[in-house]
Design a protein around this ligand. Structure first.
Ligand SMILES: Nc1ncnc2c1ncn2[C@@H]1O[C@H](COP(=O)(O)OP(=O)(O)OP(=O)(O)O)[C@@H](O)[C@H]1O
Ligand code: SF4
Ligand SMILES: [Mg+2]
Length: 321
């Protein structure tokens, strides 16, 4: 059974300037223990998608099924037994940490609310601190006494305390120094091995996603434009937007540089209040044709779980070469 199954999800925000469809007709699945990356430029709807899955952004249309339960329309009371299965890790752990509470209280709070006794909570908090690489003495200290990387470890421990099956990580390392980034990514990786937890890993840093994710989803103006295994996307991406994103990312191994045909991203991201007709990428695509302006491309299957939303096989020959 799929751990998460999302069908035709739409999230729209109305303002006095008009309606923004931040998430448009997105369908996706996540398998138990899978590490799925979600990438795209700022404002394309990554956080909104993550928040909608958590049911903290309003779902306008579509369905979210978590571990066999359709959670789309559950109220707060009905969501309570489901919440432990899916937790979120934020870019700024302070957003989920009360600075006046000790780290032990912060991490253990979900268990307190679930009615555990203090001895049980203490044992589990120590277990978690060890798992995220912090000493048990950290439980008695306050969040401001820790570095950014350590605070992110505290945020991860808190997210893990209820043994979730899925962690939605929204830019979890973007605010950290490069050296600390690698440590946190390795920690998330180890936790996957130990706990079998699955990830939706949101980041605009493609080299981090390349390192971490098994599979990658690429978003543009609220839609998925490509998805596939990390290997497939880096070697054989089929959407000009994905190619442009990858071209802008340093390739660690110079021998692999030829694999991403260089595509330069030109023009501005369109105003989400007035997206282009037809293919949303049309205003920046050098391959745009008449059909693209008329008809939005559906996400279609290429092979081996590789999907693309483009009318044409633009890079076929290049791939075969
Ligand atoms: N609560 C809200 N009310 C109105 N519009 C919103 C709201 N939240 C997000 N949006 C709009 O939805 C779109 C997607 O925003 P979102 O924060 O999901 O993008 P993002 O991909 O996470 O960007 P970033 O990489 O900068 O974090 C943007 O146009 C944003 O202005
Ligand atoms: S459908 Fe047309 S505009 Fe959109 S990516 Fe493909 S070629 Fe470019
Ligand atoms: Mg965001």
């Amino acid at each position: 059974m799929k751990l998460l199954s999302v069908k035709d999800l739409q999230v729209s925000f109305a303002s006095r300037h008009g309606v923004v469809h931040a998430v448009r007709d997105i369908s996706l699945d996540i398998e138990p223990g899978e590490k799925v990356g979600l990438v795209g430029e700022s404002g394309c709807g990554k956080s909104t998608l993550g928040r909608a899955l958590m049911r903290i952004a309003p779902i306008t249309r579509g369905n979210v099924v978590l571990d066999g339960t359709d959670i789309t329309s559950l109220n707060a009371y009905q969501l309570r037994p489901i919440r432990p299965k899916m937790q979120m890790v934020f870019q700024d752990p302070y957003s989920s940490i009360n600075p006046r509470h000790t780290v032990g209280k912060t991490i253990g709070q979900p268990l307190e609310m679930a009615g555990w006794n203090s001895g049980q909570i203490k044992k589990r908090v120590f277990e978690l601190l060890e798992q995220v690489g912090l000493p048990s003495s950290a439980a008695l200290r306050y969040p401001h006494e820790f570095s950014g990387g350590q605070r992110q470890r505290i945020g991860i421990a808190r997210a893990l305390i209820l043994k979730p099956k899925l962690l939605i990580c929204d830019e979890p390392v973007s605010a950290l120094d490069v050296s600390v980034r690698a440590q946190i990514i390795n920690l998330l990786d180890d936790l996957k091995q130990e706990l079998g937890v699955a990830y939706l890993f949101i980041s605009h840093d493609l080299s981090v996603v390349h390192h971490f994710a098994d599979r990658v989803l690429v978003m543009y103006l609220g839609r998925l434009v490509e998805s596939g295994t990390t290997e497939t996307l880096w070697r054989n991406s089929a959407h000009p937007y994905t190619r442009a994103l990858l071209s802008a990312t340093p390739v660690p191994d110079p021998r692999r540089r030829h694999e991403a045909r260089r595509e330069i991203l030109t023009g501005e991201l369109p105003n989400p209040l007035t997206p282009p007709a037809g293919c949303a990428f049309g205003s920046r695509c050098k391959y745009v044709q008449e059909r693209c302006r008329r008809e939005p491309p559906a996400l279609r299957s290429l092979q081996h779980g590789h999907h693309v939303a483009c009318h044409f096989d633009l890079f076929n020959q290049n791939n075969a070469a």
